[in-house]
Design a protein around this ligand. Structure first.
Ligand SMILES: CC(C)(COP(=O)(O)OP(=O)(O)OC[C@H]1O[C@@H](n2cnc3c(N)ncnc32)[C@H](O)[C@@H]1OP(=O)(O)O)[C@@H](O)C(=O)NCCC(=O)NCCS
Length: 169
């Protein structure tokens, strides 16, 4: 079996919450003490309070695919933008650091885009940091066909801009 064939993409369940939080830290995106907001988002999503939030996980390795039973190496979350006509936002995407650069992020994002497209979504936005440390992340989005649409200066904190990417689905 090739590495590609052993990948499983599936909707996340409540039981995946802890693994997603671990993944957020393992990707380098969050510090251990910064996951509270994400934990709340996950709890709300699986309690049905954020029913429009769709969490997707990617597992890698043979025999994976059972909720909570696999090696989760990547995850993403998308939701529709309020007050828009079929515009969505990718709120979260992360690949565990040891697995970055292996095409898993691209596979996950392609899956998200195809699922959204089939469901009639029109536009996908992605927001990320303008810091130099996110240059590779921004390159990842550009390579996937996203165009830099807006920059909100000092959004995250003084000196850290928000960059908004967009892609027509
Ligand atoms: C950004 C991210 C989701 C991309 O997923 P990935 O599986 O590493 O990327 P892929 O292997 O599918 O694609 C590789 C391309 O992504 C870019 N890239 C971004 N981060 C990278 C990383 N840490 N390692 C390798 N490539 C990375 C490069 O442009 C690379 O192409 P190149 O080899 O031609 O330079 C992933 O690296 C990640 O989780 N990074 C940390 C968290 C993060 O920034 N999340 C997004 C917040 S908005």
């Amino acid at each position: 079996m090739t590495a590609k064939e052993s990948r499983t993409l599936r909707p996340a369940t409540r039981e995946d919450s802890k693994a997603i939080l671990n993944l957020a830290v393992a990707s380098g995106l969050f510090q251990e003490d910064e996951t509270a907001v994400l934990a709340e988002m996950l709890a709300d999503a699986f309690a049905g309070h954020l029913e429009d939030h769709h969490w997707i996980v990617l597992e890698d390795g043979p025999g994976k695919g059972e909720p909570g039973g696999g090696a989760m190496v990547a995850a993403a979350c998308v939701a529709p933008e309020m007050m828009s006509d079929r515009t969505w936002n990718l709120y979260f995407i992360a690949v565990a650091a040891p697995h970055q650069g292996r095409g898993l992020g691209a596979a996950l994002l392609t899956h998200v885009e195809e699922t959204l497209r089939k469901g009639g979504a029109r536009l996908l936005l992605i927001e990320t940091s303008g810091l130099d440390s996110f240059a590779a992340t921004r390159r990842f989005y550009r390579t996937r066909g996203y165009e830099e649409e807006a920059r909100i200066r000092d959004f995250y904190r003084a000196g850290e801009d928000k960059i908004v990417f967009r892609k027509l689905l």
